[in-house]
Design a binder for this molecule. Structure first.
Ligand SMILES: [Zn+2]
Length: 431
């Protein structure tokens, strides 16, 4: 398909979506408030005239955003990273469309027919697990549905037993499993059957990607998406995910003025579905901060690329008076070789000042590197940790579904018993 053919297809699908949107309580109400009728919106060029929508709109009444109730097939929820989960209704059409979307992502990421892929993405209320499951089958590959297994040991056992060629999951878990693989089987993970990985669910700094590629001897690609909208996957350029622009539209706006910004400029990603008939997302403000990679891609694909967001606008944390993102901390720590895992604990000392204690799982981390970590934090993140401590291998507890790395005790005192035990043993912060 040429770029021109793609734009024509967008027009056709956009128009049909607008007809559907005007029939939903949520969007018809919004459009009415903005003084718009269906006749005013005739082309994708009119997109900027439409009012924004948000997660809060869908949370308030998830049924109000659904267009075709008669074809509904399944409900899923988002992970609720910022509070209440959002319910998304998929019609049979939407399930099929998103399966195609994911299948294309997998092909973009280098998977192919005949691969055996272990899918460790959670199955259940989250859509990603089951959708990727179907997409793996769709490209003619074999799926090992490991997404329900509880422990890392079980996942690693499956990797050894089924001899998959590919693994899909959360980056830091894929990393963690390498040392476990070595411990459990006494074999070098580089000699395992894996040759490809696909990391979802959180941003992956380059240092961390390199580390995962090195320890497993694989090619690691990143995927990014939203349950409410769609998703994209990285090609061999590893520089932004190809967005499936015939399925949903992407814009970038200045989060303060809401004005559109040019390709290459950072802002809030805003999405509009043009192929769904269940829950519609029209100018949906994602709260994800990133940019569109301008220009053609060397792989020859005609779709534009979205740089996976380094942070959500809601996930920034204020430490010692400065806003920082978990991604910036992740990047700083994984810029060193030999890091297996880490945990950052933010708390308040007795005089009410913030303190930041860093725990690192590594046996090659030297005192000299610890000193430079202080510098690196200071340089990139604008605060110095109060302490840096090396902890025993695999002692860092997994907190939450995605394995939270920044624990903010100022915001929440109780993160469960595993963390309590860990901090009793290693804790530097005042108990
Ligand atoms: Zn490309």
């Amino acid at each position: 398909m040429s770029r021109e053919e793609l734009l024509n297809l967008q027009e056709k699908r956009f128009k049909r979506t607008m007809e559907l949107a005007f029939k939903t309580p949520l969007y018809s109400e919004k459009f009415k408030e903005a003084g718009l009728s269906l006749a005013d919106i005739t082309s994708v060029k009119d997109l900027g005239r439409l009012p924004f929508s948000s997660k809060q709109d869908i949370v308030k009444d998830y049924r109000a955003a659904i267009a075709d109730h008669s074809d509904l097939a399944v409900f899923h929820t988002t992970s609720g990273t910022s509070g209440t989960p959002t319910v998304v209704g998929y019609t049979n059409n939407d399930v099929e469309t998103q399966t195609i979307n994911e299948a294309r992502n997998l092909l973009t990421a280098g998977f192919k027919k005949g691969d055996i892929i272990i899918n460790t993405t959670p199955y259940g209320m989250f859509f990603a697990g089951v959708c990727i499951h179907d997409a793996i089958r769709r490209i003619g590959a074999v799926v090992v549905p490991a997404g329900k297994l509880a422990s890392s040991r079980q996942q690693v056992d499956m990797i050894h037993f089924y001899r998959p060629t590919g693994v899909i999951g959360i980056a830091q878990f894929i990393l963690k499993w390498a040392s476990l693989y070595e411990d459990m089987f006494g074999e070098d993970p580089r000699e395992s059957s894996l040759n490809r990985g696909y990391a979802l669910g959180e941003p992956v700094p380059e240092g961390k990607r390199k580390r995962i590629e090195d320890v497993w001897g694989i090619d690691l690609r990143v995927g990014y998406g939203l349950t409410e909208v769609g998703s994209g996957g990285e090609c061999e350029e590893k520089h932004g995910v190809h967005w499936q622009e015939d399925l949903s539209l992407v814009e970038v706006v200045d989060p303060d003025t809401s004005e559109g910004v040019a390709d290459g400029e950072r802002g809030e990603l805003v999405y509009t579905t043009i192929s769904r008939t269940g829950t519609l997302a029209i100018r949906f403000r994602s709260r994800d901060s990133s940019f569109i990679v301008g220009g053609d891609c060397s792989c020859g694909r005609i779709t534009r690329r979205v740089m996976p967001p380094e942070f959500r606008l809601d996930s920034l944390i204020k430490i010692k008076g400065t806003l920082t993102s978990p991604f910036a901390i992740d990047s700083a720590i994984f810029s060193y070789d030999g890091v297996r895992d880490y945990l950052v604990v933010v708390s308040e000392d007795s005089s009410g000042l913030d303190r930041v204690d860093v725990y690192i799982d590594s046996d090659v981390f030297t005192p000299r590197q610890i000193e430079s970590l202080y510098d690196r934090f200071g340089g990139k993140i604008w605060f110095n940790p109060s302490s840096v401590k090396i902890v025993e291998k695999d002692s860092i507890p997994v907190i939450g579904r995605k394995g939270k790395k920044i624990i903010d005790l100022r915001a929440e005192a109780d993160y469960g018993d595993e963390l309590k035990t860990f901090l009793e043993k290693y804790g530097e912060h005042p108990q």
